[in-house]
Design a protein around this ligand. Structure first.
Ligand SMILES: [Mn+2]
Length: 320
């Protein structure tokens, strides 16, 4: 991607045409006919929330079975922030078009985000490649949710970060299939499967073929791809003269420090809610942190303050 493409991307005028009134009416018709019912599980009102200055989440993939909705609902119900960035691939339009899948929990998430905006959180939605149908609304505001192609974020300690989904840098546009090979678990399963595959191949009189070798090759390629991607995104941020970049897209939460012309450039990836269940947060002093929500839940459940209170002894039994 050239620098001029990037300037277009970062200006309020997006590279895609602005929606016309006619577009809006026809698309809005679709949006209103979308089965956005009342939430199944209402937000708990009295729950104490961890307060952050900023929250970034992306790659939720609502509308797919892969989305870890329960975990995200827990996150949304126990946190709050002044600003929230939805960094793309929130709704998986690609999959929804093929097969409509919209469980109550996915509805609950949309509802919670809309309610957050109404409560006063600044919500900025930067559509990704899976929800690119919303990119035509760049510059518009739906129920307090600003739709942007990309954004700049100024941290409390004065760093300027560029925020974008990141598919712009995925030159190969690799499908996410290879992600399945990244996990260790998947890899071991692969090795077991290898035995079965070759037993069958032997029955069929076919020569030995190493599935695990094929997988290993995939893993190596995946690791290489992630490294190259991170570098490309950081370089683009460096060229813009900002202090760092926040993106999503590759489902790999990560913080890395790069350098561009002797100046440090921070690379932050807010991960996903399919496998990692990650959020990137900025604390009120500007310090940033990647949260792994499964670990946060474990920690919360182990904290003595939150331990279930023992039932008071039955006075009748005490007297006896
Ligand atoms: Mn994406």
């Amino acid at each position: 991607m050239t620098d001029s493409d990037l300037s277009d991307l970062l200006s309020d005028r997006s590279t895609t045409d602005q929606a016309t009134v006619a577009d809006l009416v026809s698309e809005f018709g679709n949006i209103t006919s979308f089965p956005l019912g009342r939430p199944r599980t209402p937000e708990p009102e009295d729950r104490e929330r961890r307060s952050f200055r900023t929250i970034w989440i992306s790659d939720v993939h609502l509308g797919t079975k892969g989305c870890n909705a329960e975990m995200l609902i827990d996150f949304l119900d126990t946190t709050d922030s002044e600003t929230m960035y939805l960094v793309g691939d929130i709704i998986d339009g690609w999959r929804l078009k093929k097969k409509f899948y919209w469980p109550a929990a996915h509805n609950d998430i949309v509802w919670r985000i809309m309610k957050r905006a109404r409560r006063g959180t600044r919500v900025v939605y930067i559509p990704g490649n899976h929800d690119e149908m919303f990119r035509q609304f760049t510059g518009l505001n739906f129920g307090g949710i600003e739709i942007r192609r990309a954004a700049f974020h100024d941290t409390a300690d004065g760093r300027r970060l560029m925020v974008l989904h990141g598919d712009e840098f995925d030159a190969v546009m690799l499908s996410h299939r290879w992600l399945a090979f990244v996990g260790d678990h998947a890899y071991h399963l692969m090795m077991k499967l290898n035995v079965t595959v070759n037993t069958v191949r032997r029955w069929l009189g076919k020569p030995y073929w190493s599935l695990s070798k094929a997988a290993k090759h995939k893993v190596k390629n995946a690791v290489e791809f992630i490294g190259k991607y991170e570098e490309a995104v950081a370089r683009a941020a460096g060229e813009r003269g900002v202090d760092g970049v926040v993106c999503g897209h590759i489902h790999t939460a990560e913080f890395r420090n790069f350098e561009h012309n002797g100046k440090p450039v921070e690379y932050w990836n807010d991960g996903d809610w399919v496998e990692g269940c990650n959020a990137l947060v900025e604390h009120h002093d500007g310090r940033m942190e990647i949260l792994h929500w499964a670990d946060e839940i474990k920690r919360r459940e182990a904290a003595p303050g939150d331990a279930p209170v023992a039932e008071p002894a039955d006075p009748a039994l005490e007297a006896a």
